[in-house]
Write a protein that binds this ligand. Structure first.
Ligand code: CA
Length: 237
């Protein structure tokens, strides 16, 4: 991995934290940009090819949540939230608005670096899987992504184009927890004109077509308070 060339944006108004974090990341070979508010963060983000954002929540002016939402409208760049709030409620909120992970202050540099590596590894793997996987076969479910065919127990399953794209998005990111917004982005990019709760009814329809027991799904699981994830492990195919 060409880690040397990767750029990380640190958005943090506490100078001590941003200094310590940037010197750690620089010592690991990353190029680091620091911003102490949302306006500067967005300027840097639009100018540089950023591979990862470390984002403080409590900032002067624009909050970390708003910065995250703004960036998610234009990019899938991995975001790790740095938060002093330790309650699960805030963590779920962070993941709901599109953060990939979070770490609670005070954190050790070792723990932070482990998160950074894990999130970058996952985003590389996600990209690799998008380009490599054109078919999927697990249990009694088969999907051919090039010919748009889905089979269950050898029989054709008729999915609508929207349902097909949602299913393919899941299959490409096994075990990733998707918020509804993320699922829409992964399946449709910016083309989707529905509202995010419409995803629920598409999921319901997909489950009816591919699950043995739609009430007790073996492929698409509900993650309460967040969204959905695909729990099938893809066979090598
Ligand atoms: Ca702060």
């Amino acid at each position: 991995m060409k880690q040397q060339s990767k750029k990380i944006l640190v958005v943090e108004d506490e100078v001590k934290i941003s200094e310590v974090v940037s010197s750690l990341l620089e010592s690991k070979g990353f190029t680091v940009f620091c911003a102490d508010d949302g306006k500067r963060a967005l300027e840097i983000f639009k100018r540089e090819q950023i591979s990862l954002i470390l984002l403080d929540l409590m900032l002067p002016g624009m909050s970390g949540e708003d910065i995250c939402k703004t960036i998610r409208k234009i990019s899938k760049v991995p975001i790790i939230m740095l938060t002093a709030k330790s309650e699960e409620r805030n963590m779920i909120e962070g993941l709901n608005i599109g953060a990939d992970d979070y770490i609670t202050k005070p954190f050790s540099l070792k723990a932070l670096y482990a998160r950074v590596e894990a999130v970058l590894r996952r985003s590389n793997a996600d990209l690799a899987s998008i380009y490599q996987k054109n078919s999927f076969h697990q249990g009694d479910l088969e999907i051919d992504m090039e010919s748009y065919l889905v089979k269950k127990k050898g029989e054709d399953v008729k999915l609508t184009p929207i349902e097909f794209r949602i299913l393919v998005a899941f299959v490409k990111y096994p075990n990733k927890v998707f918020t509804r917004d993320e699922l829409i982005m992964a399946a449709f990019g910016d083309e989707f004109e529905g509202y995010d709760r419409a995803v629920d009814s598409h999921i319901k329809n997909i489950r009816q077509k591919i699950e043995d027991d739609p009430k007790n799904p073996g492929y698409i699981a509900t993650v309460h308070g967040i969204g959905y994830k695909f729990i099938g492990e893809a066979d090598a195919s």
